[in-house]
Design a binder for this molecule. Structure first.
Ligand SMILES: Cc1cc2nc3c(=O)[nH]c(=O)nc-3n(C[C@H](O)[C@H](O)[C@H](O)COP(=O)(O)O)c2cc1C
Length: 195
């Protein structure tokens, strides 16, 4: 189902088409090649000093036990729809540079960029991605064996979004909600910061 951004001027098609659905085809299993392309998209994100501080842990629905362990980390309201996704990705960042152990203040920024690359690549594969902050980081650390020197940032659900005529009644309201954004003039200014 499409829910394109309303823009004053034409923007890149994939950026305009990306959105965060909560209704996925529960039967859909991703092909290995699709998963590789999501990770290639992440890999080619820019990063401060080329550090590539990200690490992604993937839980594929084809491995039902691991997938349900990851699902259990999510808040109940996220579990409600993410159970129908095909892949859950835990996004982590190393907040220290590898070469000298000093703090990398851009690790989260860079991992956010890599995560958005994943979302855009999913869109371009006619899949959809939905990022989540609503989960237990402690549980995720335990389930995915994430070492203490990595920060845990988000889960990203990937799946095949349902078409409008496939939505159940209870899915319709939230899926058909209008997408909204701050007005354009509120997010930028020239030369000086403007409240
Ligand atoms: C870091 C982050 C955390 C989010 N956490 C959740 C979440 O826990 N549950 C949820 O349903 N959506 C979550 N979202 C999705 C946002 O609500 C969504 O991106 C926003 O409303 C804009 O909608 P759009 O992605 O369709 O443009 C999150 C998005 C981001 C980037």
């Amino acid at each position: 189902m499409e829910k394109k951004a309303l823009t004053q001027v034409t923007i890149n098609e994939v950026i305009a088409s990306r959105w965060s659905p909560r209704a996925f085809d529960p039967q859909y299993i991703l092909e290995d090649k699709q998963i590789t392309s999501l990770m290639e998209a992440a890999r080619w994100a820019p990063s401060c000093r080329g550090e590539q501080p990200w690490k992604f842990v993937l839980f594929n629905k084809s491995d039902a036990t691991a997938f349900s362990q990851a699902l259990n980390c999510l808040s109940v309201s996220n579990q409600d729809w993410a159970m129908d996704a095909s892949l859950l990705i835990l996004s982590c960042a190393n907040p220290h540079y590898r070469h000298n152990g000093q703090e990398n203040g851009y690790a989260h920024y860079d991992t956010g960029a890599a995560s958005e690359n994943i979302c855009l690549q999913a869109t371009s594969l006619n899949l959809a991605a939905h990022q989540m902050g609503g989960f237990s980081k402690d549980k995720a650390r335990e389930v995915a064996h994430v070492p203490d020197n990595y920060d845990i940032l988000s889960f990203i659900a990937i799946g095949k979004p349902l078409e409008m005529d496939q939505l159940r009644e209870d899915q319709k309201e939230r899926e058909l909600n209008e997408r909204s954004r701050l007005p354009l003039e509120q997010i930028f200014s020239f030369n000086q910061f403007k409240e």
